[in-house]
Ligand binder design. Structure first.
Ligand code: ACO
Length: 325
């Protein structure tokens, strides 16, 4: 039986670039602190008129074009996101409408920074069991909606963007060889979207603060290193491979220091770990999608290479795939 594989990739990044120097004017921070603590130099921020679906639709269009697939032939659309336009319609339905992909089933999934890999593994099952032939998986985030631009501990970390892929059966031994999905809900409070109530002086609730990201950075850092290393080793073992068989690791981009620590823990040369956090910050589910797109576009990943996609995110949720390109 042929494997399910990736036959086209797409991405979309908002034009507006917010640099560390711009942030210096907004909160008590410095370019030097942000670079040394995170590796981030700049990030993209969608403007007011661009909703999440705008990003998702553009990434989806490019992925279909690269896959040379007509929207009518798409059977399934999954959008991974934690920052949808609204609760409903789903972003997946908005993508379906824009593409005129009328035959497609469409739904969103919420798995934070692991959403792209949760989406890929979910779509893969539908193709493998014969229910669908072609699936479009999009990871799209307008995470700037949830940023408190007065909170220096979080506002320097995130950015907006989208990536996408088309999945279908592929010939030979190529394709997605192994999957790993994991959740640890008991650590959920380490990173949450919270809304605080503000009370008037007579103690009656007057307003709610806008929902915003709350994060326990140090604890997350340790959890991220341990769970990404564990996910990578587990999926490589499931694929019947050794670490030395892996040509590239494409990880979720939350902090360059996390990526160095994962490489060290795995005893893997950092040169095999693709890093683009300097340009985009943490785009949650879209980070891995855009990283994979760029690694292929830059010619780093070549046909026949074994790659590990590995993620970690709020929930806590981790995921990994081994893909023979
Ligand atoms: N500029 C300047 N100083 C800052 C800033 C800033 N932007 N932010 C915090 N500081 C200060 C703190 O107030 C603290 O000051 P103090 O020592 O006087 O109290 C000091 O810098 C050190 O702060 P720490 O929080 O200890 O810094 P740390 O080295 O842990 O780095 C960071 C913080 C970058 C958030 C790191 O902990 C991290 O990356 N954690 C993981 C985050 C993560 O993975 N998040 C997402 C995962 S899930 C998902 O992606 C959806």
């Amino acid at each position: 039986m042929n494997n399910v594989g990736i036959i086209g990739l797409g991405h979309y990044l908002p034009e507006h670039i917010l640099t560390n120097f711009d942030l210096e004017k907004m909160v008590d921070t410095t370019d030097e602190w942000i670079i040394t603590r995170t590796g981030i130099r700049e990030r993209r921020i969608a403007d007011q008129s661009q909703r999440n679906s705008h990003l998702a639709i553009n990434a989806a269009r490019e992925a279909l074009k690269n896959a040379k697939l007509d929207p009518h032939d798409v059977d399934l659309i999954i959008v991974a996101t934690i920052s949808p336009d609204t609760s409903f319609p789903s972003v997946a339905c908005l993508v379906q409408k824009a593409l005129h992909a009328r035959r497609a089933t469409a739904f969103d999934i919420s798995a934070a920074c692991s959403g792209y890999l949760y989406g890929i593994t979910t779509a893969k099952q539908f193709i493998q069991n014969g229910l669908y032939k072609n699936a479009l998986v999009v990871a799209s985030e307008k995470i700037s909606t949830y940023i408190d631009w007065n909170d220096r501990s979080t506002c320097v970390l995130f950015g907006d963007g989208a990536g996408a892929c088309v999945l279908s059966k592929v010939p030979g031994d190529r394709g997605i060889i192994a999957d790993y999905l994991h959740a640890e809900g008991h650590f959920g409070e380490l990173m949450e979207i919270i809304s605080k109530e503000r009370k008037s002086c007579d103690q009656t609730v007057k307003t709610m603060d806008l929902p915003r990201i709350s994060m326990q950075g140090k604890e997350l850092f340790k959890a991220a290193v341990n769970s990404m290393a564990h996910a990578a080793l587990t999926v490589i073992k499931k694929a019947g491979m050794k670490l030395s068989d892996i040509d590239w690791v494409i990880p979720h981009q939350a902090n360059d220091r996390i990526l160095s620590a994962v490489a060290k823990k795995l005893d893997l040369p950092k040169e095999k770990v693709f890093v683009n956090i300097d340009k985009y910050g943490n785009m949650s589910s879209a980070s891995t999608a855009v990283a994979l797109y760029e690694a292929v576009e830059q010619g780093k990943i070549k046909r026949g290479d074994n790659i590990v996609l590995v993620t970690f995110g709020a929930g806590l949720v981790s995921a990994a795939n081994v893909v023979k390109w």
